[in-house]
Design a binder for this molecule. Structure first.
Ligand code: NOJ
Length: 743
């Protein structure tokens, strides 16, 4: 054989080898199918079963199942929630590796706003209107969680919420579907990073599907009764956004929707999510929600509950044990088909393959990485940045803020002034050390070391005693300025934390009144997971910051804002009512046939005779240390066809003394429409940084999509006619207006 010939043969050999290797590379779908063929029915059902671990519980424990590790060894468990840390999760994974087919477990956890480094609660982050910051916060949470052995977070919660009595408003992005959809996208992208399979990515879980936030009376777990148009228009968009962003999983909700519990809601799961939206991930029930359908009165026992849930599209049963106990019999009784079980198992196994768990079940169990990736300086710095971006300046009369760092004495008063772990808020994890959390007191000490801080708690959060008022008053009298840290306990918002009374609790407003009597300039910081009612404070205190629960860096972030190291630019993502009687109150309401014109118009109008219609603080409200001027509104045309777009431009100028950011908001109103449309809908916004005196030209594009809506037949349509365009600094602070025609 000459050289050329042997070279040719050699190339041919390599080509055949490469080709065979390519042919041997199986797709995930093929791998799933092969595994599925090896599985017994019992093993398949095991994959659909999720147990709580042996550590913490985030719901009522259903019944003792004996040793969970033994159940895992028998292949009866597909996923475990509520255990974290590489050592602890490894112990459970080792049990899975002793099961017949060695199918790895997925570890799920409520990583809602941070893992070790706690970020602001989601409602607070939503106030930043800063998608980059929100995505980064989720990214860091995912990085830390994945380093800690977790592959799945039960977040983002994308429930629209118009009722601040509902304790879970803290966990979402507020009341608006447009803002909520952008935030849902940002958070899914943040959690899933460059994609499942990367060691810093966790599966996102869009929850609670659907309409959980509309629980009647704001009482958690309560029924939801709403028109389908309302559902599609306001409650589904953030879920659609999460699905489009690639959310790996969805969780259904506790509530019934128009009489059908979400856990067995075929319309939601089969028709919309897996049908119309083409969702390829899997759906997990909420904790025990499949079994709870017995209490709903939808089914008579767990057997019927399992049948209803699996047939409707709930793939995994979290903690109700209905699947593990009943699916085999349901298959034998021909109530559930093997094909239905296979479909659910396939969805779950696909994610396990995508996570890389079949290549290495312990790839998230690296102790060195856990140590290295958690609580890094970069994560802490990011948490501080997001925290200050989340603080809303509600009021700042006579430019009381920012404070000078040269003040002689500040009286720091209030039950939350020195609090540390409280700063983490609800749904935070017990990871890390309390030492890592910065209190307001510590933050202020660090920011202005020359200023003497006089501390007096004044009262407790829910106190009825005024015994501490005198001490607080005396401290105020000795100070140049008073800073007050007031609010709820962190466990007054969150799951099962609905309140009928959302006033600033206890005697706190009385304390504020008592301190105001000192005549000293007073700044109040309000900490909470929901909009509260605080009318005395809102009407009399010159400067108010709403600081929610800001996480580990709370104290530094608050001090950054108080002293002007950071100029606040956050805007409320939810309406603040004057009192509970106005609830539900939201900016994007309909006009009615008898709208009130102004707050005192009660002459046969849709109004209360004892309360104005306007809220205390409107959606989109939030001040800055600077002021912003809006001018020079221009529309590229005044008439558009459905195939065209209008470009809207205007000048935004920083007319104040401080560099700062403004969130310029675009609202639209369809003037005549069938069915009728809201008085205002957010359709765009831009967060713009401006130096003092600087002007930037801002543009928005309005296309058909921004003008479309669901008609009574739930078709997404546009109707020709006049649209009003409003641009402003808040939903109740419109600075520029015009209108245009859609032909
Ligand atoms: C119940 C909550 O509704 C849900 O959001 C959470 O993810 C699960 N419990 C697991 O903790």
């Amino acid at each position: 054989m000459n050289r050329t010939k042997s070279l040719l043969l050699c190339f041919l050999g390599i080509a055949i080898f490469i080709n065979t290797a390519i042919a041997q590379q199986k797709t995930t779908a093929q791998k799933v199918d092969e595994l599925l063929k090896k599985m017994t029915l019992a093993e398949k059902i095991g994959q659909l079963n999720q147990y709580n671990g042996d550590w913490e519980a985030t719901g009522p424990i259903t019944a003792d199942v004996g040793s969970k590790l033994d159940a895992i060894r028998r292949g009866e468990v597909g996923s475990v929630l509520n255990i974290i840390g590489v050592a602890h999760t490894r112990k459970f994974q080792e049990a899975a590796m002793q099961s017949r087919l060695r199918i790895p477990l997925i570890f799920g956890q409520d990583v809602i706003h941070g893992y070790s480094v706690t970020f602001p609660i989601p409602l607070a982050e939503a106030a930043s209107w800063d998608m980059e910051a929100i995505e980064k916060s989720a990214r860091i949470a995912a990085t830390e969680a994945a380093a800690g052995g977790v592959q799945w977070t039960f977040a983002p919660m994308v429930d629209i919420a118009r009722d601040p009595r509902w304790g879970r408003v803290m966990e979402g992005a507020g009341e608006d579907p447009y803002l909520g959809s952008l935030i849902a996208t940002a958070r899914v992208h943040g959690f899933q990073g460059k994609g499942l399979g990367n060691l810093d990515a966790v599966m996102a879980c869009a929850k609670h599907f659907a309409a959980y936030g509309a629980a009647i009376g704001g009482r958690d777990y309560n029924s939801v009764d709403m028109s389908l148009r309302n559902l599609w228009e306001f409650y589904l968009p953030p879920f659609k956004a999460a699905a489009d962003a690639g959310a790996a999983t969805f969780m259904n909700s506790f509530n019934d929707l128009n009489g059908v519990p979400a856990s067995a809601n075929r319309y939601l799961m089969r028709d919309i999510l897996k049908g119309k939206w083409g969702f390829k991930g899997f759906v997990v029930s909420d904790w025990g929600s499949i079994g709870e359908m017995i209490n709903h009165g939808y089914v008579k026992d767990n057997y019927e509950a399992a049948e209803a849930a699996i047939n409707a599209g709930s793939d995994m049963d979290m903690e109700s044990r209905s699947y593990i106990k009943n699916l085999a019999k349901l298959v034998a009784d021909k109530k559930v088909s093997v094909a239905t079980i296979d479909e659910a198992v396939r969805r779950i196994l696909t994610k396990k393959f995508e996570l890389g768990l079949f290549e290495d079940a312990y790839r998230f169990n690296n102790a060195e990485r856990e140590k290295r990736m958690i609580n890094t300086a970069a994560h802490i710095e990011a948490a501080r940045d997001v925290a200050r971006k989340s603080i809303v300046l509600l009021k700042n009369d006579k430019q009381l803020l920012p404070l000078s760092k040269d003040l002689g004495t500040i009286a720091l008063i209030g039950p939350l002034a020195k609090s540390k772990k409280e700063m983490k808020g609800f749904w935070s994890l017990d990871v890390g050390d309390e030492k890592e959390i910065v209190s307001l007191y510590e933050g202020m000490e660090l920011a202005a070391p020359k200023t003497k801080l006089l501390y007096a708690p004044g009262c407790d959060i829910t106190d009825t005693s005024k015994a501490g008022f005198d001490e607080a008053y005396k401290a105020a009298m000795q100070a140049d300025v008073v800073v007050m840290a007031m609010g709820e306990r962190p466990d007054m918002t969150g799951e099962a934390k609905s309140r009928s009374n959302i006033h600033l609790p206890g005697v706190q407003e009385d304390l504020i009144k008592a301190v105001m009597a000192s005549g000293k300039p007073v700044v109040v910081l309000l900490m909470s997971g929901r909009p509260m009612v605080f009318n005395y404070t809102a009407d009399h205190v010159p400067a108010i910051l709403y600081t929610w629960w800001l996480g580990n860096q709370a104290g530094n972030a608050m001090a950054d804002v108080l002293y002007g190291n950071y100029n606040p630019g956050a805007k409320l993502p939810i309406t603040f009512p004057r009192t509970e009687g106005q609830i539900p109150i939201y900016y994007n309401h309909l006009n009615t046939g008898r709208p009130a014109h102004g707050d005192n118009d009660v002459n046969y109008t849709s109004a209360y005779i004892d309360l104005p219609n306007s809220p205390k603080f409107a959606f989109g409200h939030g001040l800055s240390y600077s002021t912003f001027k809006y001018s020079n509104l221009k529309l590229s045309k005044k008439t558009m066809l459905k195939t065209e777009a209008i470009t809207v431009s205007f000048d935004l100028q920083n007319s104040g003394k401080y560099a700062g950011e403004e969130v310029a908001q675009l609202y639209l109103r369809d003037m005549v429409s069938q069915p009728v449309r809201p008085v205002k809908e957010l359709k765009g916004f831009q967060k713009v940084m401006l130096q003092p005196g600087e002007t930037k030209t801002i543009t928005f594009t309005i296309d058909k999509n921004k003008l479309s809506f669901y008609n009574e037949a739930l078709e997404w349509i546009t109707q020709p006619g006049e649209f009003k365009l409003m641009i402003g600094s808040a939903s109740d602070d419109i600075r520029l207006e015009d209108s245009f025609l859609l032909n």
